[in-house]
Design a protein around this ligand. Structure first.
Ligand SMILES: *[C@@H]1O[C@H](CO)[C@@H](O)[C@H](O)[C@H]1NC(C)=O
Ligand SMILES: *[C@@H]1O[C@H](CO)[C@@H](O)[C@H](O)[C@H]1NC(C)=O
Length: 739
């Protein structure tokens, strides 16, 4: 028995085959070094054609080699975690801490209230003592409709939560549950069948009411008069100018209201729209999170905080217990500041047309975990309240996650609301450490990453928890422009951190382990990949036109390192992708998106960040739309690429694709004229270049289709088709003539 008590609540396993991987990686690195040697030792003499390109390629290869090293750091030492939830219940079932869950939404027109409510309902239904659970919805849109939807969801929860617990259903987002159980014979159990029909009817009823309000664009006067909470909108002038709106929709302390249909308790549910004034900077999501941290401290003060994006429902009702296995572990729990779950998506097509975070989630995050913990990515993450509020790590402190039955001031609900409101006011943070040393940091487009980094730098570890049943599922962008914009924001924010005083390169130096630092840098330097990629995807193709060779000849021994690195690296990435359950076509699609992100998103992110750091500001937070129109969805399901409206990013992609096509065509034409002798020479000197250009054309096939063959609405806008064609042909001709 005594032994039982000392069994850990989680275990950590190192990955198998690490030695094999390290030998392989070292051999690739040797190949990379040889490529560098070749480049440096064969620079064309001044005046020779191709000297400029040669130096460009040298720069690109040095960069690629360096960045490759960063990505290897995230593969060097992967660990896998496993939790023992039964031990947790045995030891601590009655001492589980309070958990405050934050759901952030910002704009009811982009993030439909029904979607948000499904997220809210899914986290209210966690397999956890309801009196210890509180859910806060932060609505930065300050929308009456979202508020109305939350009231309706609270009513529905009184049936939904007992239903979930009675039949132990999964997932606990009603929409996802009903999709997974469509058809009348979906529920086998006769007894459940009746309840199922009933709960589904209730859901449809709620959905109808909410959708009607959305369609009307407002809630009806009849509804308004029924709930006095709506009077808080009387002083509302716009979403950028209103008082704090705060309503405790379900008060967990209230024995009558907070009871579900079966007589069990319900979690606390709170609506918050923090005060907004045009003259006050609201700091986007970080500002909302900090307001939530303060407001919740006054209402429920849970020791554990979870934040999820409004489109990320819980797909695993045991995730809180998984988390607590880490944080309440007697031996290691006190070192861990936060537990990050992977960002999974439910809306991916089979072959992931726009790529996903698959490799990052299944490989790299485990690698960073081996060095001190995953990055905080802003959703699906559990924090200790006190570390998020700035507490430093100390070796001697013990994990203090246990529930303390401290009595809260017995205020009436109305008084509690009133005296909490000031915590969410615009001016509260003036002259405080909020946004600096407390809460999420301000002034960065990826506030979460920088906040996580500063927690790591204070000495804490984090843990990556990736259970077999995905814990959170969000919506992936379903058009090309969306994914490009999303990655622009991510890479821009990360590069911004690199240049800031909190850079993982120097600020973190000495505070976290080297492997951890490299793991951070791999993301910080995302944006800087644009230059090397641009060089590599244009110069070799252009020099085909002039017949200048930029790679070793076929008979040269220098070809070996090139061949080894190219084949080795891509075989590895292919096998790795399949190992993560990807498909073959999925891998190919990922290579395309890799190229597109680097030549458009990262390029703009790079330029914007540099401009910002020398004083030009234009940074604007763009929310990506979560829900697509119907015909867009249809094409998405068929995996047809959606290009959408004209934008500079698309122009660049189209121009690059056409440039390669022109170069290839020009080259083929020339060889055809030169006859068989010319072909033999070209084979000897230009093979790698032709191969590169050919692969670029193959990978761009969907883009050519979108430019000239497709007729549907999602094709490339025709203005881009003309523009990019003119630029590409013009550049090729000029380049050829300037020889
Ligand atoms: C979500 O949870 C269900 C079980 O409810 C599971 O079958 C599924 O694999 C999980 N993940 C996804 C992507 O649906
Ligand atoms: C997400 O997937 C569901 C079903 O798979 C579909 O109905 C919905 O339209 C998709 N959403 C988007 C944004 O593509």
């Amino acid at each position: 028995m005594a032994k039982e008590e000392h069994l850990p609540l989680f275990e950590t396993k190192k990955a198998k085959g690490r030695v094999l991987f390290r030998i392989f990686a070292a051999s690739i690195f040797a190949g990379i070094c040889l490529i560098w040697v070749y480049r440096v030792s064969h620079i064309p003499k001044a005046g020779e054609d191709g000297r400029f390109a040669w130096i460009g390629l040298l720069g690109a290869e040095i960069w690629f080699g360096f960045y490759w090293l960063l990505t290897q750091a995230s593969r060097w030492n992967p660990v896998y975690r496993h939790t023992f939830k039964d031990r947790l219940s045995q030891r601590y079932e009655n001492e589980l801490p309070g958990v405050d869950i934050f759901v952030c939404t910002a704009d009811a027109s982009i993030e439909p209230p029904m979607m948000v409510m499904n997220t809210v309902l899914s986290v209210m239904a966690y397999e956890y003592p309801p009196e210890k659970l509180s859910v806060y919805l932060s609505d930065d849109g300050g929308s009456e409709i979202t508020y109305y939807a939350l009231m309706e969801a609270a009513e529905f929860a009184k049936h939904w939560i007992p239903y979930c617990k009675k039949y132990n259903v999964e997932p606990r987002s009603p929409a996802a549950y009903f999709v997974s159980k469509h058809g009348d014979d979906a529920v086998e159990d006769n007894h459940q069948a009746k309840d199922f029909v009933f709960i589904k009817k209730l859901y449809k009823y709620m959905e109808n009411k909410i959708e009607n309000a959305v369609k009307l664009g407002q809630v009806s006067d009849q509804v308004r008069s029924k709930h006095k909470g709506f009077s808080q909108w009387d002083s509302y002038s716009s979403r950028r100018d209103h008082d704090t709106i705060l309503q405790i929709v379900i008060d967990g302390r209230d024995p009558i209201n907070a009871t579900d249909n079966e007589g069990c308790k319900l979690p606390t549910l709170v609506y918050l729209a923090r005060e907004k004034r045009p003259q006050c900077h609201h700091n986007f999501k970080a500002g909302a999170m900090n307001a939530l941290i303060r407001v919740s401290s006054n209402i429920s003060n849970g020791k554990l905080l979870l934040n999820v994006d409004c489109d990320m429902y819980s797909n695993n009702s045991l995730a809180i217990r998984d988390t607590l296995c880490f944080l309440m572990d007697e031996e290691k729990g006190h070192e861990i500041a936060f537990v990050q779950f992977p960002q999974n998506f439910k809306n991916l097509t089979k072959n992931e047309l726009y790529a996903s975070l698959r490799v990052i989630n299944e490989v790299e995050a485990h690698g960073v975990d081996g060095y001190g913990g995953p990055l905080y990515v802003g959703t699906g993450c559990f924090h200790r309240r006190d570390t998020l509020c700035g507490r430093k790590f100390s070796k001697d402190s013990k994990s203090d996650m246990k529930w303390d039955n401290r009595k809260r001031e017995e205020l009436g609900i109305h008084e509690l609301e009133e005296n909490t409101k000031s915590l969410a006011s615009c001016t509260f943070e003036e002259n405080t450490q909020w946004g600096k040393e407390m809460g999420l940091k301000y002034g960065c487009p990826v506030e979460d990453i920088i906040t996580g980094l500063s927690i790591h730098c204070r000495g804490w570890k984090s843990v990556y928890c990736n259970p077999a049943r995905e814990a959170f599922l969000g919506l992936a962008p379903a058009t090309l422009p969306h994914i490009l914009v999303q990655h622009k924001r991510w890479s821009e924010g990360n590069f911004h951190i690199f240049l800031s005083k909190y850079s993982p390169a120097w600020y973190a130096y000495g505070k976290i382990r080297l492997g951890h630092q490299l793991g951070y840098l791999r993301y910080s330097l995302w944006a800087s990949n644009c230059l090397a990629t641009l060089v590599y995807s244009t110069l070799p193709s252009l020099y085909l036109l002039r017949g200048a060779s930029l790679f070793p000849q076929m008979s040269s021994p220098w070809l070996i390192p090139f061949a080894y690195v190219i084949i080795g690296k891509y075989t590895w990435s292919f096998v790795e992708f399949l190992w993560c359950d990807g498909t073959i076509l999925g891998w190919w699609n990922e290579q395309r998106i890799w190229l597109y992100q680097r030549t458009s998103s990262y390029l703009f992110a790079f330029i914007d960040t540099i401009l910002f750091s020398i004083g030009y500001t234009n940074s604007a937070f763009v929310i990506t739309a979560k829900v697509a129109e119907e015909d867009v969805s249809k094409r998405y399901e068929k995996e047809i690429m959606e290009f959408g409206a004209s934008s500079p990013m698309l122009t660049i992609l189209a121009t690059l694709a056409l440039l390669n096509l022109c170069c290839f065509a020009g080259f083929v034409l020339e060889e055809a004229i030169a006859g068989s002798k010319g072909i033999a020479k070209a084979y000897e000197t230009m093979s790698l270049q032709v191969l590169l250009c050919g692969v670029l054309i193959l990978i761009n096939l969907p883009l050519y289709q979108g430019l000239y063959l497709r007729k549907d609405k999602g094709k490339m806008p025709s203005s881009i088709a003309y523009k990019s064609m003119v630029i590409a042909v013009f550049s090729c001709v000029c380049f050829k003539l300037s020889c």
